[in-house]
Design a protein around this ligand. Sequence first.
Ligand code: AGP
Length: 614
Amino acid sequence: MCGVIGYVGSKPCARLIFDGLKRLEYRGYDSAGIAVLDTENGPAKIELVKAEGKLIHLEPHLGELPQKATMGMGHTRWATHGAPTARNAHPHLHGDLVIIHNGIIENYRELKEQLMKSGVEFKSDTDTEVVLHQLHAELDRTKDLKAAIMATVKHLRGAYALGIIYAREPGQMYVVKQGSPVVLGAGDGENFFGSDALALLPHTNRAVFLMDGEFARLTADKIEVWDFSGQPLRREPAVLNWSAASADKQGYKHYMLKEIHEQPAVMSSMMSRLLDLKANGFVEKETGLDALDLGRIKNVAIVACGTAHYAGQIGRYMIEEFTRLPANVELASEFRYRNPCIDSSTLVIAVSQSGETADTLACVKHAAAQGCQVMSICNVRFSSIPRASQAVLYMEAGPEVGVASTKAFTAMVLSFYIVALAMGVKRGKVDPGRLEKSFDAMRRLPALVDRAVNAAGVIEEIAHKIYEAQNMLFIGRGPSFPVATEGALKLKEVSYIHAEGYAGGELKHGPIALVDRHMPVVSIAPRDSTYEKMISNIEEVRARQGRIIGVGDIGDERFQSICEHYIPCPQVGDDHLQAILSVIPLQLLAYYAADMRGTDVDQPRNLAKSVTVE
Ligand code: AGP
């Protein structure tokens, strides 16, 4: 998943593009480059700089670019084809044509062979360079970049967001969208494009969203949009309600820590927008349920990846309890390849913070093709997954920049709780007493989340004890089982400590062989219906010298007495919502362990924030 950004206007753009890339670096950071159009020294000419590694390695080269150039584009890479070297870094230049690309061209090998047979010599190992030479060949035939683009896309299979500049057509650049995210920014006397709106926020909050199969021409004063057949399209800018400030660290050492601390406010703002807390009611146009035919639903399939998948696991408990509909949770990357039994009676719920995860988006399209009703739970307005869904619940958790998802996870869990409860009420499966109990628990949630987030001191001390561990286990039962898997994912993705989450009852079927006096075992056991069984599982671990780190209720002395370390959690009075409180210590544990190990907490190695390739 790469980051792309472009500018055309009247300002010097090299530094502006670089700063935009910094906002996109979480999308990929193994190499980067910038190309600008120099119109000050004779005929228009493209100048570019590239560097391997993170953006700090590109910055020293900015001075090599023409400082008065007012049109250009930049790219920060997460390598898919070709090693992360300067040679493979974007932009890719051939003659007067330069291109940047986010996505994967699935048929690049056959195109490359055809181009090589026609005498083309390649300088890189990327699929992107194939697009460049294909475009160049079409340009030779059409002598017009717009026509060449329309001819080129007919050859391409796969996902691509392209930025294109042609020195013989100065003052304009093209953006092409198929399967990868790209948004246009409409400014005053200047226009932009970027992989997401975050990068454009310091300049404009007016966004034009291209759909797949569309391309645009940007000049300083105009944005024109066509579909791939050349049909002109009208696209009015949407005004985004994010501020540039909300996308900054605001004094925190890392975005991840800031976003952990934002969770109380996120819970509170979500409930004020999605619920009528006085009448124990739901705001249907915000929950998205008004767009569904609930009477038609006979089963629910939840599809997601990574952290969103674990949130879906918790959501499944909620949906089955409140609606009495059978629900299952699927890894999006597996779902559509097993020919699932879904049809018009199925509700597919796609969960995605970014709204751009390719595996999840592919499931949404597959489900729609099977006649399913599709709902998405998402954090980014106008992103691809909600746009392909018929019902959407926007979490509005604010930009989540840290690659490790934290506030989005808890927002997803709360979203599921609200959707499941609202569906259950409409289906007549939730009695008034249960509804009252649920709203009471939700009203308590923000303050309790605030307490959990501010118990960081205890957790930092425990992190000191485990940050040099090589392996860790996380165990839980019921809704605490997905909490355990999410806690393990947090730890491994930011600290690089190998960690696995297991159902507490599963240890004795094999994994307990891993337990010895070197193995920290984070054990989540609130006093819910599985508590006694979990205590037995924890005793089994303890009998083998496992180092128990307990996450349980405040005042649970019995549990605390069998732990090496104990993290008390406030009780919210609802087994499902308790998952939100149990996960926060695990987020903090992962954060502090990573910071102590000196890893790049916000941009862990090999990862990207939004996986927009399958
Ligand atoms: C979570 O910490 C990871 N960054 C990753 O697993 C993420 O949850 C997954 O890629 C799904 O992303 P999405 O929510 O944007 O679809």
